[in-house]
Design a binder for this molecule. Sequence first.
Ligand code: ATP
Ligand code: MG
Length: 347
Amino acid sequence: AEGMLIIPILIDSCMWKEYKWISETQMLPRDGKCVAVNFMSHYNTVFLDVANRIKEFVEAGLKAEAETLETEWERPSDDLIDIDRLPSTGAKLFGRKDEIKLLDETWKDGEKNILSFVAWGGVGKSTLINKWLEYMDAENYRGAKRVYTWSFYSQGTSERVTSADAFVAHALEWFGDEDPKAGSPWDKGQRLAELIANEKTLLILDGMEPLQSGLDFEKGKIKDAALEVMLRGLAKKNLGLCVITTRLKVPEFDHEKYEDTVESVGLEMISKEAGRSLLRVEGVRGTDAELEGVVEAFGCHALAVNLLGVYLHGIEGHAAKHVAEIPDLPEVEVDDGKHPRRVIEAI
Ligand SMILES: Nc1ncnc2c1ncn2[C@@H]1O[C@H](COP(=O)(O)OP(=O)(O)OP(=O)(O)O)[C@@H](O)[C@H]1O
Ligand SMILES: [Mg+2]
């Protein structure tokens, strides 16, 4: 059932691996040990862990309840919420507690104007945003007057988005501009920034990289004039928050005048526990310690771990130990994507 806590405890050796749901949950004691063999003389250490886990669970529930009672936000009417364009992602989010917290706090504080998440494809940017929007939705968007999302990433099509025209035209209209077609791209960007910034708007721009330069000497620079003007405007002044996900850092924001209002966060790394859960979901076999060892051996790199799940899944038995067969790439530096590249080569 939803919200139920199940804590499997291995009392004595048995063939627990035959039960898929058990191998996917974290059992106590850890690492395939059992009470009768490994903790006979001090079994309380195991049950203390159980008690602690229950306590954490109950406290988290109480806290969430207190927060929902506290947040009696008025929900914006449906025509002021437009969230249908984000790509669909998995229902579960592993790890990323820090990032969710950062989003929560940044929204609550209201000091920052733009928050961007930067990472390679497949690292989980859209998944994170979708999950956070779900939380926001459950709390009536926490005081937002308008919520608007756009995705520049044309998933599943070969056509590349090369301008922000479609976004600018749609957004101007949606935010109530009187004449969306009027003016130069520069004018449009400025008007749009003002419309967005003057109310407490949650604006989400997902997958912005097609509109950024891929050339080395200007990597990440925004190529579309209206979009650039709009973002510069929002960086300066914004009653709400603009959340961006992109594969490329935006160099325009690397300026001290934006120091207090724009924040950029890398998402390349995940915790080893989250990495372990990702591998488990792919059906990778091994003890917790083995799986966490694999995650660490690949630098806790989210994309590498995602790919490892696919790679190991494709090998009979799905055992974690097969990572030992993945050749090293001694000539590639970690900063140049050594971890995911090793897995890609192996695949
Ligand atoms: N922390 C996570 N928890 C659960 N699933 C994840 C996590 N990170 C990534 N995934 C899974 O990995 C896949 C890729 O994630 P996602 O689409 O969010 O990546 P992205 O960073 O937005 O990539 P792109 O730049 O291609 O848009 C998805 O199927 C998603 O479900
Ligand atoms: Mg994405």
